[in-house]
Design a protein around this ligand. Structure first.
Ligand SMILES: [Zn+2]
Length: 98
């Protein structure tokens, strides 16, 4: 889909509608579990034999679409924020040139 590069939307810092520039954020560095997080400790306990053994990762190509991670940067306070919807899925994503 095509998305406008600039748009008027609510800025939580300025507490009013200002002009924002939309950008895609890279998901690099995300998704790595903390070595001693709650979930990791639970997972390690499972590997040691407590509870049921963890299931292997599901095989397959996964989903045909990727979730678009949009960030909006306010032109007034220069702060960026995300939308509450948490993004949407799209096969092909590009910015519309006005
Ligand atoms: Zn702002």
């Amino acid at each position: 889909m095509k998305y406008p590069k600039t748009m008027n939307t609510y800025c939580p810092t300025c507490k009013k509608h200002t002009e924002h520039t939309a950008s895609l954020s890279s998901r690099k560095g995300r998704g790595k579990a903390h070595p001693m997080s709650e979930a990791q400790r639970r997972f390690k306990a499972k590997l040691k034999g407590y509870g049921s053994f963890p299931r292997p990762n599901p095989k397959g190509d996964g989903k045909p679409t990727k979730k678009v991670d949009l960030r909006f940067k306010c032109k007034e306070c220069k702060k960026s924020h995300t939308k509450s919807s948490g993004g949407f899925r799209s096969k092909k994503f590009e910015f519309k040139n006005k």
